[in-house]
Structure formats: C-alpha cells, structure tokens
Write a protein that binds this ligand. Sequence first.
Ligand SMILES: Nc1ncnc2c1ncn2[C@@H]1O[C@H](COP(=O)(O)OP(=O)(O)O)[C@@H](O)[C@H]1O
Ligand SMILES: [Mg+2]
Length: 310
Amino acid sequence: MGVSGTPRSVIQVSGIRKTYGTTVAVSEVSFEVSEGEVFGLIGPNGAGKTTTMECVEGVRRPDRGDISILGLNPFRDVYQVQNRIGVQLQQAQLQKRIKVWEAVDLWASLYSKSVDAARLLEQLGLADSRNAWFMTLSGGQKQRLFIALALINDPEVVFLDELTTGLDPQSRRAIWDLVRGIRDRGKTVFMITHLMEEAERLCDRVAIIEHGKIIDMGRPEELVGRHCPARTVVLATANALAEERFRAIPQVETVVRQGSQFTIRGLGEEFVSEVIQCLSENRIRVTDFRTMLPNLEDVFLKLTGHSIRD
Ligand SMILES: Nc1ncnc2c1ncn2[C@@H]1O[C@H](COP(=O)(O)OP(=O)(O)O)[C@@H](O)[C@H]1O
Ligand SMILES: [Mg+2]
C-alpha cells in the first residue's frame, strides 16, 4: 500500500508499440497494474499479448513508449528487475532429462535470494516427483514445476503466459487454486489467457486486446455491465395471463413464447429480481426457471464481432 492507503502501482505501461518487419504486434498499448492485483491480458492468438508481456519483463524492447516496473526501467535496470520478478517458462526451455529438484536448484542459484525449495515443491504438490525427469511429468505437473521456478526467488510480480493451455479441466482447476494462493501471499500477478472462464475466475481486472490494441479494460463484471447489460430469464408456466404480466415488467425488452416456455429479456442488474417479483405478486407457478447471464465471452463477441476462438 502507498502512503495514501491506495494500492501502489507496480507496472506502468505507456504508449508502447512493437513491430516485427511489417507486422504491427503491439500498437499504442497503455495500462497500469496495482500491487496485489491479478491483472489479465485476454485476446485471441496473435493479438500481441506475449509481446506486450515480454516488453514488461524486459525480454523484448518496444520500438517506442515507456515501461516502469517496481519503479525501475526493465531495460536499464535489468538485473534488479530480474531479481524481483518471476517468469513462467515455456515448455521448450527445459531439458528433457533434468530432474525436478535439479531444475529448482539451478533456478535458485540464479538469484540473490531464494525460498526453501523443499517447501515450495511440497506446496505445489511436487514433493513426490522431485527425482523425476522433466520429460516424464504430466502436463499439470510440468505447469506446476514452471510455477515453482517462477516463485523460487520469492518475486514481487509473477508473469504467467497461457498457464493452463492444453490441460484437462481438473488440472486446470488445481492450477487456478495455485494462482489464487500466489495472490493471497500478496504478490502481483500479470497473466495472459485466451480462456474467458479462467479470466473471470482469476482476474481482478482484465484488458481485452485485439490486433495489438487494448479495446477495453476493467473488472470483469464492470465490462459485462458496460457492454452486455441485457439479462435473460427462461421459464415455463401454464398460466394464461403470464405473458401479459411479463410484458409489464420494468426494463423488459422482449418476451418470446414457445408453448409454455417463455424467454424474457430485459436490461440491468435488477431485471432478474423484477421477474421474480412479478411471478410472486401474480402467483404465477413455474415448472422451470433459468437465468442466462452474459459473461466476458459475450463482451468479447460484442466488442470484436467474433468469438475469441475463431
Ligand atoms: N519474434 C517474432 N518475429 C516476427 N513476428 C512475431 C514475433 N513474435 C510475434 N510475432 C507476431 O506478432 C504478432 C503478435 O504475437 P504475440 O505477441 O505472440 O501474440 P499473442 O501472444 O497474443 O498470441 C503476431 O502476428 C505474431 O505472428
Ligand atoms: Mg502468446
């Protein structure tokens, strides 16, 4: 926390641009990340997410724009920055026959300080695999090892790029818990994902990036409220007067009927409550009741005109 009690800004990116030949990978990207926050960059393949992150890590140099991390310049103060951040490796960067404990030992030796390796492996559920070769680990175990390596120097900021891509749902959930654990230890997390559910569950704030530009940024629920204010209730009732009552609900936009099933769409956070109140006041008995609430996926579709998976 800063002196004023407001969270300290740990990453400041201002107007960065990065081109590769004629490809504009990142164009005019600006954002800030606060201490203790999980900040996510979300967007489709090729959007410029990794390039942006690697500029912040000091691995790539932007053509123009300014970056500050922990009050330092990632290019001028490279050693200080590297000591205080943790970066998740990509698959190809570890030898097949390195053992889990050897990798952790090697990484620990690269930094001026490190946490207790045995304890870290224990925390990440890798204690039993400490003698296993990297190549024999499952996808989930490899990702946990990468998290261990990213945490070995007790970093203040942790960078995670597509951490759960290719994992099964169960391993993915386990990794999500680990990321929450990193945040709970007071660290700042800067992560990349193209999984909207992952972003919704983990990120305090997200920036949606496409074609190298941030198209909007905010808390997930804030983005949903801003771009997709519509709420939908699907219910079933045999009550003959129901349709007329539904049409009188405040903020209702459309009522579509198919037999005894109604799809009622309206605007605003209060809309679902209004529908429930209408059912109660008019003693309308229902045999089915579901809400369909918009999520980040819908926001993405609304902002870009296509699904993130296309
Ligand atoms: N080293 C590189 N050389 C040339 N083009 C690159 C390089 N790295 C990325 N690009 C291009 O820059 C764009 C953004 O890439 P990247 O930052 O990896 O996107 P993302 O991580 O969102 O998938 C893509 O068009 C990609 O092909
Ligand atoms: Mg990438």
